[in-house]
Design a protein around this ligand. Structure first.
Ligand SMILES: Cc1cc2nc3c(=O)[nH]c(=O)nc-3n(C[C@H](O)[C@H](O)[C@H](O)COP(=O)(O)OP(=O)(O)OC[C@H]3O[C@@H](n4cnc5c(N)ncnc54)[C@H](O)[C@@H]3O)c2cc1C
Length: 271
């Protein structure tokens, strides 16, 4: 299928993009890497009257260290952040699992966050790291914690007139270590289950993707053996997991228990 007719405009700045979003509201869509949006348009699941292309904006293509966080602008591709010397260690572990390099060359970091696929790796990492989403509209800017940004299946707290201008990932603190594990049927597929771990001497934050409508994070003390099994089992049953055409809820719960152990062990192996 081909998309319904739309108008196209390039926005070179956040200000221009926000002004257009304010004018067109639900009738406009931001075009970043197009790796998810074009499929949605081709299937006519969305029929916007205007596409606002931010992919060539130099202003939005910046990666900068701001205080204790790395700020990633809306036009930064996944490949650019993956190759950056300050790439957060958890993201360095997750990037190779995101599809193939051709997709990462076009897909943006913020586009993945805005799209909010429940199995996507970047929303999961943002939640695990307790990152921040920076939103801009003609009314001003506001920041949302990752846990408040993702509200459900492909849905977020972003308002129709807001641009995801950037996302911030906290830089690693002394003593922190990281683990990531996921299960896919074929390399490059979306994960049936993915787990990200941020650990320190006191315990860990464990974030789970693919089991419910959006990534969920859990705080755990340092646990081992049967106590860890019990905690992971409790987490698996606390999530609203459904059977779907890809696999059963029981399989996803099993994957969570296995992958979480794997991710925790790899975090603990780090010096
Ligand atoms: C074959 C294939 C395999 C893939 N596999 C994976 C995978 O394994 N894991 C994974 O995580 N992803 C995967 N993806 C998705 C990929 O990571 C996308 O690039 C990403 O989800 C969307 O980023 P984008 O820049 O392409 O956004 P686009 O496709 O341009 O936009 C996606 C949506 O977000 C909105 N949007 C984008 N940027 C902004 C912004 N700054 N502000 C407000 N709204 C915005 C758009 O309007 C649109 O609704 C895959 C894609 C393909 C085609």
């Amino acid at each position: 299928m081909k998309p319904a007719a739309f108008d196209y405009v390039r926005a070179d700045s956040a200000e221009v993009a926000a002004a257009l979003l304010q004018r067109y509201g639900e009738g406009a869509r931001i075009l970043a890497g197009g790796q998810s949006l074009m499929a949605v348009l081709n299937m006519r699941l969305a029929q916007p009257e205007l596409l606002i292309d931010i992919s060539r904006s130099v202003e939005l293509a910046a990666i900068s260290v701001e205080g204790h966080a790395l700020r990633v602008g809306a036009a930064v591709t996944q490949a650019q952040l993956q190759a950056h010397p300050e790439v957060p260690p958890l993201l360095a572990l997750a990037f190779p699992h995101i599809s193939h390099f051709q997709i990462r060359n076009r897909g943006t970091v913020c586009g993945s966050i805005a799209h909010a696929d429940p199995s996507a790796e970047l929303p999961l990492c943002l939640v695990a790291l307790q990152g921040t989403v920076h939103l801009r509209s003609t009314r001003g800017v506001r920041q949302l914690a990752a846990a408040d940004f993702f509200t459900g299946l492909l849905s977020t707290a972003r308002r129709a007139d807001e641009l995801v201008e950037a996302v911030s990932f906290p830089r690693p603190a002394t003593g922190q270590s990281f683990g990531f594990a996921e299960h896919v049927r074929r390399h490059g597929d979306f994960a049936l289950c993915a787990v990200a771990v941020v650990a320190d001497a006191k315990g860990m934050r464990l974030a789970v993707g693919g089991l419910s409508d959006c990534p969920q994070a859990f705080e755990l003390p340092v646990l081992a053996d049967a106590a860890l099994d019990d905690a992971l089992n409790e987490i698996a049953w606390s999530l609203q997991v459904r059977d779907d055409p890809h696999t059963s809820a029981a399989t996803r719960r099993h994957l969570l228990r296995r992958l979480a152990r794997q991710a925790i062990q790899s975090a603990r192996r780090q010096p």
